[in-house]
Design a protein around this ligand. Structure first.
Ligand code: ARG
Length: 806
């Protein structure tokens, strides 16, 4: 380095100064100080001097004033940094280990390229002036292939305009740029030269403090890596306190997922929102990717994620418990939404206890107050139920809040309502905010508009246009007029379609016949189970697309007989009778069942994979086209297992998993191997059409029959009937919308241990196709009287399934 250093002591420096001072003194003539002062004073009051003094003073005053004004308008109206965390998947890039290190040349060169692309996108957009920079924080591998890019974006927005840059818009700009380049309906569009998966684009508003505390060099950031599946990396986190956020970025080898096990979680138990742990399925704190958030003490828990960031924010002080969420709020007439109310400690999580009171005022008695929520809705409180996501009192009427996937408008038909909110959950909840405004009590929506049940107003022509304009499809309900209250029965289109269209429930009464409705793209037709029934009903024939499923051709071998003694109360199946049935072997043992959905996807139950050692896809083999154990036509390896992200091991809710085969099974195996059809959300088996459960599981509770634990060699089948949700709820608790009960009153036919993950298939009509109604999930013992088996209700999960397999 080219640095020169001079070392000087204080004495040395003082000498230098003294020498200089002496020198100056010697050069001047000496005069008495008093005399010098008098001369100066009298000189000052001579005319030219006076002018100079006055002019200087005026100039000085002007300069000071101008400077002060400039400060007020430029510095005071200062810019706010607005931060966003983002994620995209670059599809063609192979993940290499060097990408894990942010200082490697490989990382830096890809990061530079992406930063440039982002900057080009935003600098060519409507927010160009506000865009400041993008910073790539991490590159990670992804089970869909390609590289997941995690990045920060910073916008500089004048304080007064700060709401102008919103995450929806920032995300939409990126999506738009990809969309314009999307060709041939593939999922990849090109951002300049970068192939980006449009589905993967996610932008979330974030906080500056998160940006600084997740960047390298932050005082509490750790990045452990699990190099091999099964490796466990101990984490110990002891944050320094005092409001510091600590982040742990967990990554694992390609093809594996991260399992985070929290064995102890000791934080100061308090109602304060500051003490919290949030786990994200992302390497940056992105609210849309929150896997779980806790505050207070939490019990042992297991989480699965593809990438994971664990953010722990600990606030030192307890006095943050006092929140300033109550206020007087004045609305204006006809000015739209003029301000916001926020949950306590917004944008942090909601604490477990809180009370806020907002007193609203409108300028005229003919106005009411409207509150527009994002992803949150208020519904009248059921007197027998507790509110679990917020308790609300609006002028003495009680409501419960809940989180939904769309925006809603809540209208209060009173000019000066009092709104009270209480936190009512045992766990910290997501924060909320609502925009407030006033509306005309006599006419909530403008002329020519329709009032959605979400509270939004949409233009009248948007009603019944086949598009979901209201966000809850309420603009598409009753499009053939359901006539819920009149003397004539409700319109058949709405009868028994699985949705309650009439508030009095008339359209869903006595639904043994099943639905008549089928939604083609944009229109609907009246026909029961129109999907794959061999008759093209929609103009675009979409009801008959992808129908290579569910048509078995059983072969009765000479000498084969039925043995009425298996599954529970089942009998031997025939060759090719259930061509979608798969036996799943874990470490060589038949452990669960599954069903074939396509050439490379199987479907099974999440609980088959929920313990640590079971989650490794390499330990599993899928036996396809098998009638007798050990005699499979084809054995397939599993590439990865997708367990439903909402699977709850304590209730078995969302008990579904998808298995991707390493290689597709050979087409020559058809018809002995064949997919089962996926039901539409409104599918119901035809009257008198049977449903069958199949598997190689135990033949009775405890597995013993005549004292010995014998598993059947031949695939067993048992016929069961479906129970209505209300019947099911009489037997078990809790039964969720993702569960389905099936059995026989005597209990003589049932599934049992070992059948899990296997199919409950029902035929649509005589000679028709077979649909996967259920997945064997749980039960109370096996084959007990009046206790049916509980299955995963597949029709509620089809969009999740399609999302992954198409
Ligand atoms: N959980 C069981 C398994 O892992 C399935 C139990 C089904 N029980 C019943 N009674 N239907 O194999």
């Amino acid at each position: 380095a080219d640095v020169s250093v001079e070392v000087a002591t204080v004495d040395h420096t003082l000498q230098k100064v003294r020498r200089k001072y002496h020198h100056t003194r010697h050069c001047r003539k000496r005069r008495s100080p008093k005399k010098r002062f008098e001369e100066l004073w009298s000189g000052l009051w001579t005319y030219p001097y006076l002018v100079v003094v006055v002019v200087t003073a005026v100039v000085f005053a002007v300069v000071v004033t101008v400077w002060a004004l400039l400060w007020v308008f430029t510095c005071r109206e200062s810019n706010n940094g607005v931060y966003f965390a983002g994620m995209i998947r670059v599809a063609n890039e192979e993940f290499i280990p060097e990408y894990r290190h942010a200082d490697s040349t490989e990382f830096l060169s890809l990061a530079k390229k992406i930063e440039l692309v982002l900057s080009n996108v935003y600098k060519g957009s409507s927010v160009a002036k506000l865009y400041k920079q993008a910073v790539i924080s991490d590159l990670s591998n992804n089970n869909l292939g390609g590289v997941l890019v995690h990045f920060w974006m910073v916008f500089e927005v004048p304080q007064l305009k700060s709401p102008a840059v919103r995450e929806e818009w920032v995300g939409a700009i990126l999506r738009d740029s990809v969309l314009t380049s999307l060709q041939n309906r593939t999922s990849v569009g090109y951002l300049l030269d970068l192939p980006v998966d449009i589905e993967s684009i996610l932008i979330n508003a974030a906080q500056r403090s998160d940006y600084t505390s997740t960047s390298s060099g932050s005082e509490c950031l750790d990045k452990p890596y699990a190099p091999l599946p099964g490796t466990s990396v101990p984490l110990e986190l002891d944050p320094p306190g005092g409001g510091v956020s600590c982040h742990i970025k967990l990554t694992s080898a390609p093809g594996s997922v991260v399992r985070l096990t929290i064995s102890s979680f000791l934080i100061q138990p308090s109602d304060c929102v500051g003490d919290a742990l949030t786990v994200y399925d992302s390497l940056l704190p992105m609210s849309a990717r929150t896997l779980r958030a806790w505050s207070g003490t939490c019990s042992m828990s297991d989480l699965l994620s593809t990438n994971a960031l664990c953010k722990c924010s600990f606030s030192g002080a307890d006095d943050v418990c006092v929140s300033a969420c109550s206020s007087h709020v004045e609305t204006q007439e006809g000015a739209g939404y003029t301000g916001h109310i926020y949950s306590p400690f917004h944008p942090s999580l909601l604490p477990t206890k809180c009370i806020c009171t907002w007193l609203f005022g409108t300028p005229s008695p003919s106005l009411g107050v409207s509150l527009k929520f994002h992803n949150y809705v208020l519904r009248p409180k059921d007197p027998n139920a507790h509110c679990t996501h917020g308790w609300w009192k609006v002028n003495d009427h009680m409501f419960c809040g809940s989180y939904v996937g769309y925006s809603t408008v809540f209208r209060i038909s009173h000019p000066s309502p009092e709104v009270e909110f209480r936190c009512s959950s045992r766990q910290a909840q997501m924060p909320f905010q609502a925009a407030y405004g006033s509306y005309n009590l006599s006419q909530p929506c403008d002329q020519g508009h329709f009032l959605c049940s979400t509270g939004f107003c949409v233009e009248r022509h948007q009603r019944c246009d086949g598009l979901d304009d209201c966000q809850d499809e309420s603009d598409e309900h009753f499009c053939c007029t359901a006539s819920c209250g009149g003397p004539s029965p409700p319109h058949p289109l709405y009868v028994c379609d699985g949705h309650s269209d009439c508030s009095n429930g008339r359209d869903e009464l006595n639904c043994t016949q099943g639905t008549l409705r089928w939604d083609c793209v944009g229109t609907c037709i009246l026909k029961k189970n129109a999907r794959c029934d061999g008759v093209p009903d929609c103009q675009d024939r979409s009801d008959e697309e992808d129908c290579g499923c569910g048509l078995p051709s059983p072969v009765r071998k000479v000498g084969s007989f039925s043995n009425l003694d298996r599954i529970v109360g089942g009998s031997n199946s025939l060759e090719g009778e259930w061509p979608w049935q798969v036996g799943l072997l874990f470490s060589g043992n038949l452990y669960c069942g599954a069903s074939v959905l396509s050439a490379d996807w199987l479907i099974s139950a999440a609980h088959c994979f929920s313990k640590e050692r079971l989650a490794d896809p390499r330990s599993w083999r899928a036996h396809l086209g098998m009638l007798t154990r050990g005699e499979a036509r084809h054995v397939a390896e599993i590439q990865h297992v997708v367990v439903h992200e909402f699977y709850d091991a304590s209730t078995f809710d969302y008990d579904v998993a998808l298995l991707r085969l390493r290689r597709p099974w050979p087409a020559s195996l058809a018809p002995l191997v064949q997919p089962v059809c996926l039901p539409t959300p409104s599918f119901t088996p035809g009257p008198l059409r049977p449903c069958w459960v199949t598997g190689w599981g135990y033949r009775s509770e405890g597995g013993s029959k005549g004292g010995s634990k014998v598993l059947p060699a031949v695939l067993q089948k048992a016929q069961v009937s479906l129970l209505s949700p209300s019947e099911c709820k009489k037997r078990f608790h809790p039964v969720t919308a993702r569960m389905l009960c099936a059995g026989v009153p005597s209990g003589a036919q049932d599934a049992c241990n070992g059948d899990s993950g296997g199919p409950l298939a029902c035929q649509a009509s005589a000679g028709g196709r077979w649909f996967l109604m259920g997945i064997v999930s749980w039960g109370s013992g096996c084959g007990r009287p009046r206790l049916p088996g509980v299955y995963t209700r597949v029709s509620k999960l089809t969009s999740w399934i399609h999302q992954h397999i198409t």
